[in-house]
Design a protein. Structure first.
Length: 325
């Protein structure tokens, strides 16, 4: 045998002998006592402090969040599923706030065969249009519920008191002016809600506030039913400034709440189709600036540029107001 091969074999044998005698020093006593399973480690593991606390732990310091969470439909989703284990918090620092909610929320909500239907599921692409989920949903109480508004008015009585509105909103609810809104065919529940908001002062406008303050509850109901009953078909407004094709792309982000063409998705929320373009622009800018407040609209409007707003107005103002449903 050549000398260098002999040395190599001796080296390998030497290492094997060392490894054989080193094993007991490097393994835990309980190793292999019961086959592969380390029975002795059970009390050892049980003695560890759990890294996950419970929602009860958070309650003492984050009472407000806890209250929102426990009243909403996510109370079965523990805080630490989204915020990570809380051991050592707050002594060792803040817990992370999830940034990419499109990724986090779809872990549980993306439509999937075999996922139990009790867990609500969405087609992500068509549902959120690539936006973060928390633009529209509060992660601690995700249900978006349109405030239920009962509409019990009488159209004939509404017609009688609508004369004062005609100067600005048109005799038949179609405004003569590009920046004043049409009311004809608008959802009655929305009209009642927004008139009540003008009356109570949560929404303000130089023209509308004093008018609404003089209306009684019954007047509001009657006017809402009357204007909702009118035909929304109107002569097209003057050519809007924006580009409707670009607006159509952006409008996908609005479909969940206003319908694909703005013809309405929820009776408590406004239709946008065939609305006056100047009014749409003003309303969107007011939401963006925080002058008009709505938790759902402010998130959506925040990211819109002036050009986006003009394009959206061009798109919605030229759509047919007839509901497709
Ligand atoms: C002993 C009080 C205490 C408990 C219990 C506690 N927190 Fe906190 N938490 C704090 C403090 C203090 C801060 C830092 C607030 C700051 O600096 O704005 C904080 C910050 C956070 C933040 C980051 C907020 C931010 O603005 O960056 C998150 C998220 C959070 N806590 C989640 C939790 C969760 C989830 C639990 C329960 C598992 C929990 N906390 C339990 C006191 C507590
Ligand atoms: C479904 C996931 C989810 C669950 C469950 C959840 N959170 Fe959050 N939490 C978020 C997201 C996303 C944000 C950031 C968005 C926001 O501020 O609304 C956040 C924000 C926070 C913040 C920081 C808000 C700020 O900006 O100052 C605190 C504190 C917090 N959560 C505490 C809790 C507590 C306490 C619980 C349990 C009672 C809980 N969260 C349950 C997802 C979740
Ligand atoms: C760990 C899984 C999990 C994660 C992560 C999660 N959810 Fe949920 N979510 C659920 C379950 C389970 C329900 C159903 C709860 C029930 O009905 O009792 C639910 C309910 C909902 C609902 C329906 C509410 C209703 O009552 O109609 C919405 C909307 C929702 N989640 C949005 C979100 C959003 C947005 C996020 C991300 C911030 C998120 N979820 C993250 C498990 C999760
Ligand atoms: C543009 C606004 C918007 C965005 C962004 C959005 N949602 Fe929604 N989501 C809605 C509306 C509106 C509803 C219907 C609410 C209702 O009827 O109560 C809804 C309903 C849901 C439901 C309940 C579905 C059911 O069948 O009950 C789930 C789950 C949900 N969303 C998850 C998500 C997740 C996850 C994301 C992020 C990937 C997301 N949403 C982003 C507006 C939005
Ligand atoms: C002096 C002109 C004027 C008169 C008269 C007037 N309005 Fe208005 N109305 C406006 C203007 C301007 C707005 C848009 C306000 C804004 O930009 O927020 C508006 C907005 C509204 C809105 C909200 C529309 C939407 O889509 O959000 C309703 C509903 C409404 N008016 C109902 C009425 C009723 C009912 C009357 C009669 C009792 C009336 N208005 C009389 C000028 C008027
Ligand atoms: C999560 C639901 C939601 C989404 C998404 C949403 N909206 Fe809205 N929008 C609302 C609600 C609710 C109101 C009524 C607000 C109020 O009562 O003041 C509203 C009001 C409006 C108004 C005022 C209408 C009027 O008659 O006064 C305009 C304009 C508007 N939205 C445009 C948009 C556009 C454009 C998008 C998409 C870029 C969009 N919205 C996305 C819920 C939504």
């Amino acid at each position: 045998m050549p000398k260098h091969i002999f040395r190599l074999v001796v080296l390998i044998l030497g290492l094997l002998v060392v490894a054989y005698f080193a094993v007991p020093f490097l393994t835990v006593d309980s190793f292999y006592r019961f086959g592969h399973y380390r029975a002795n480690s059970v009390p050892e593991i049980a003695a560890k402090v759990p890294v996950y606390q419970t929602a009860k732990y958070c309650k003492s310091c984050h009472a407000e969040r806890h209250a929102v969470w426990s009243a909403g439909s996510h109370k079965s989703v523990n805080c630490e599923i989204c915020h990570g284990p809380a051991l050592g918090h707050p002594q060792n620092g803040k817990l992370p706030i999830p940034k990419d909610t499109a990724k986090l929320c779809t872990l549980c909500h993306e439509k999937m065969t075999g996922r139990p239907l009790t867990q609500p599921q969405i087609e992500v692409a068509s549902h959120s249009g690539g936006q973060q989920c928390i633009v529209c949903h509060n992660p601690h109480s995700p249900k978006i519920s349109a405030a239920a508004v009962k509409v019990t008015g009488n159209a004939a009585a509404g017609k009688a008191s609508a004369a004062v509105c005609a100067g600005c909103h048109g005799a038949l609810g179609v405004s003569p002016n590009d920046t004043w809104p049409n009311l004809a065919g608008q959802n009655a529940a929305y009209l009642a809600r927004i008139l009540t908001a003008f009356k109570s002062g949560t929404q303000k406008d130089v023209a509308m506030t004093p008018l609404a303050q003089s209306l009684g509850e019954a007047d509001i109901q009657n006017l809402a039913v009357y204007f909702a009953s009118l035909s929304c078909n109107a002569a097209p407004s003057q050519k809007p400034a924006g580009n409707a094709a670009d607006g159509k792309e952006l409008a996908k982000n609005c479909a969940a709440c206003h319908g694909e063409t703005g013809a309405g998705a929820n009776p408590a929320w406004p239709k946008l189709a065939a609305q006056k373009p100047g009014y749409l622009v003003n309303a969107l800018k007011a939401f963006r600036a925080g002058l008009r407040k709505d938790p759902m609209m402010s998130g959506t409007a925040k990211s819109l540029s002036d050009a986006d707003i003009a394009n959206l107005a061009a798109y919605f103002s030229t759509q047919s107001c007839q509901s497709t449903k």
